[in-house]
Design a protein around this ligand. Structure first.
Ligand SMILES: *[C@@H]1O[C@H](CO)[C@@H](O)[C@H](O)[C@H]1NC(C)=O
Ligand SMILES: *[C@@H]1O[C@H](CO)[C@@H](O)[C@H](O)[C@H]1NC(C)=O
Ligand SMILES: *[C@@H]1O[C@H](CO)[C@@H](O)[C@H](O)[C@H]1NC(C)=O
Length: 296
């Protein structure tokens, strides 16, 4: 298994080199042992997954970051660099008060200091869902001490995606045409010129011990720990997402009242697989499948 992993790693390193003129920054991964799972169907993330994959695969941000537990002012500076500062475009037409500005990479990671993050105006409920998942991973509440980031920064992690098979930006051969909602601080992200578009596979699919399959934009290693957010009360989880009034003046602590409802389930990467199918949890069958995302 290790030699296969090593081969896959070599192969993806070569691809990264081939693409280095194509994809801007840092599609290379440090050796990361903790994976934060975003379930693009069941976590209520809506098109927040599209934004993360667009940033990862189409704008060269990759998937590996360092949570540095930033102060409010640092986080706020990062948001401004992402085009998500106060008075951002999401409060204006064609969006409006039901929307929030979602940024990738997150304002909670040090990579965002350099600016140029992507942003997308998403329904507030989707942004709240993403925040619940992230907060739960960083803080590893209650019986989950020692997992995720365990409240301790700096913390290296990588994001991976479950049930993302029908999202073009999350594909192993991503379609990087802007769907009209992908921005940076400078405005709408232009479509890639033909020669710039990623041509080969980006990342890979990985089977976890649970049978679930995740997509990792720059690949993962067998043995890496993967964490998913589990709800004690599913109804309550979605109720929080719908009803939470986001405050841009607060950090993730504004979500703490939701955390008693969450657990952090630990899983582990056991194999590299060919595609999103082959999972015990049926919904993950390739790009052809019509997966319904939850709406808020
Ligand atoms: C789950 O949350 C909903 C919404 O708050 C509540 O009505 C319901 O009673 C809860 N279920 C349980 C089993 O606690
Ligand atoms: C995926 O779904 C299609 C259509 O429902 C089916 O024909 C195919 O066998 C499935 N593939 C796998 C690997 O489950
Ligand atoms: C996918 O969903 C859309 C909208 O719900 C529906 O019109 C279409 O027929 C579905 N396609 C398949 C292959 O099930």
């Amino acid at each position: 298994m290790h030699s296969i992993a090593a081969l896959a790693f070599l192969a993806s390193s070569c691809l990264v080199m081939v693409q280095s003129t194509a994809v801007p920054a840092n599609l290379e991964r440090r050796s990361v042992t903790k994976l934060m799972i975003f379930d693009c169907v069941n976590d209520g993330l809506g098109d927040v997954c599209d934004n993360m994959c667009f940033g990862a695969n189409c704008q060269g941000w990759g998937d590996s970051f360092v949570w540095d537990k930033p102060s409010k002012s640092t986080a706020s500076k990062r948001s401004t660099k992402a085009g998500c500062g106060s008075g951002n475009h999401c409060s204006k037409a064609p969006y409006g008060s039901a929307y929030q500005c979602d940024e990738y990479p997150f304002k909670s990671v040090e990579e965002s200091d350099k600016g140029g993050q992507v942003n997308r105006c998403v329904k507030s409920g989707y942004n709240n869902a993403q925040s619940q998942v992230i907060r739960n991973f960083y803080n590893s509440y209650a019986g989950f001490k020692g997992k995720g980031c365990d409240k301790t920064a700096p913390c290296d992690f990588a994001v991976v995606f479950a049930n993302a098979g029908n999202i073009g930006y999350c594909n192993i051969t991503p379609n990087c045409k802007n769907d009209g909602n992908e921005y940076t601080k400078d405005g709408k992200v232009p479509d890639p010129k033909k020669r710039e578009a990623p041509t080969g596979p980006v990342g890979g699919y990985y089977k976890l011990a649970s049978g679930d399959v995740v997509y990792a934009p720059t690949g993962a290693e067998v043995g890496a720990m993967a964490y998913r957010t589990v709800r004690k009360n599913e109804t309550l989880y979605h109720e929080y997402n719908r009803n939470h009034e986001y405050s841009e003046h607060q950090g993730y602590e504004q979500y703490d009242y939701m955390m008693d409802n969450l657990e952090l389930a630990e899983d582990v990467v056991v194999a590299i697989v060919d595609g999103p199918q082959g999972s015990a949890s049926s919904a993950m069958n390739g790009t052809a499948q019509n997966i319904t995302k939850r709406d808020y």
